[in-house]
Write a protein that binds this ligand. Structure first.
Ligand SMILES: Nc1ncnc2c1ncn2[C@@H]1O[C@H](COP(=O)(O)OP(=O)(O)O)[C@@H](O)[C@H]1O
Ligand SMILES: [Mg+2]
Length: 273
């Protein structure tokens, strides 16, 4: 039987929880106050090149003189450090993370906290949510022009946490020219828009003779979003020592064009660039 005190205790606990959530959210907003533009790189499907796009876009922006951070929130498969060729660990002192740096980009990833690279991270939603919040609360990014966030696939836990806790300026959606990837891209676009957030553009990856070309542009037209560009299927990505924009001039040209289109789209969305 419930005693008269129990509802009060429950209410107090709930109020305390709400207070804590607000404090957390405020802390995250404060942490990101000196970050001008926050962009997520996203797709419902795995393996379409989200991490590749996030790392190469971050690298090309840094090469153009922007101050860039890269946050890897693919907690299960944190691959950003690999693609960026970063072996240094970030500084973790007094509960504060100072990002590691590679090719002019400041990087924070769950991979920094793994003992072994091939260790399986088997976490349920609330733990993923807490880990992402911890990163967001603890990282001292300093002044940034761009924070690029590499998201995992799917339309649940991690993407949802990022969309609900980070004040994002918009999302770049990655798709391949194949039908299934386009369907999954549409799913994630619906999620972004359901949460009242912006799709700042579509990129098509793996374009060329093997998978075809043009479906990304069509998708952009269908959903009335800007098309930022196409990246060809290219063997240069096999060199994993550095981001491919630093290895191959064609790839670098593709990303310069995507960065230009992204700035144009951000301006059209009323964002500072
Ligand atoms: N345009 C491309 N041409 C050739 N290989 C690519 C291209 N884009 C990505 N890759 C490769 O495809 C694999 C999967 O890419 P990744 O970025 O990890 O996908 P996701 O993050 O969406 O799961 C990686 O090995 C990457 O090097
Ligand atoms: Mg990835």
């Amino acid at each position: 039987m419930a005693t008269p005190q129990q509802p009060n205790a429950q209410q107090n606990a709930r109020l305390e929880q709400i207070r804590r959530q607000w404090a957390q959210k405020r802390q995250i907003t404060d942490r990101l106050a000196s970050v001008r533009t926050k962009i997520g790189v996203y797709s419902g499907k795995g393996g379409v090149g989200k991490t590749t796009v996030a790392c190469n876009l971050a690298t090309i922006l840094a090469k153009q003189g922007e101050r860039v951070g890269l946050l890897d929130v693919d907690i299960d498969c944190p691959n950003v450090t690999r693609v960026m060729g970063i072996t240094d660990k970030p500084d973790y002192r007094d509960g504060q993370i100072s990002p590691a740096e590679g090719h002019g980009v400041k990087v924070v990833s769950m991979a920094f906290f793994q003992e072994n690279e091939d260790e399986a991270i088997i976490w349920r939603g609330p733990m993923i949510h807490n880990a992402i919040n911890q990163f967001l609360q603890s990282t001292d990014w300093g002044e940034l022009d761009y924070l690029i966030v590499d998201l995992p696939p799917g339309t649940s836990d991690s993407p949802l946490t990022v969309m609900q806790t980070l004040p994002m300026d918009g999302f770049v959606v990655v798709s391949t020219p194949q039908d299934l990837a386009i369907i999954d891209a549409k799913r994630c676009i619906n999620m972004i828009r359901k949460l009242n957030l912006n799709v700042v553009g579509i990129v098509e990856n793996y374009a060329g003779d093997i998978f075809g070309e043009g479906a990304g542009r069509q998708l952009a037209e269908d959903i009335d979003a800007p098309f930022l560009g196409s990246m060809s299927l290219n063997p240069s990505y096999r060199d994993t020592s550095r981001p491919t924009v630093l290895v191959d001039d064609t790839v670098s040209g593709e990303y310069v064009s995507v960065a230009d289109e992204l700035r144009r789209s951000l301006k059209a969305h009323g964002r500072e660039t």
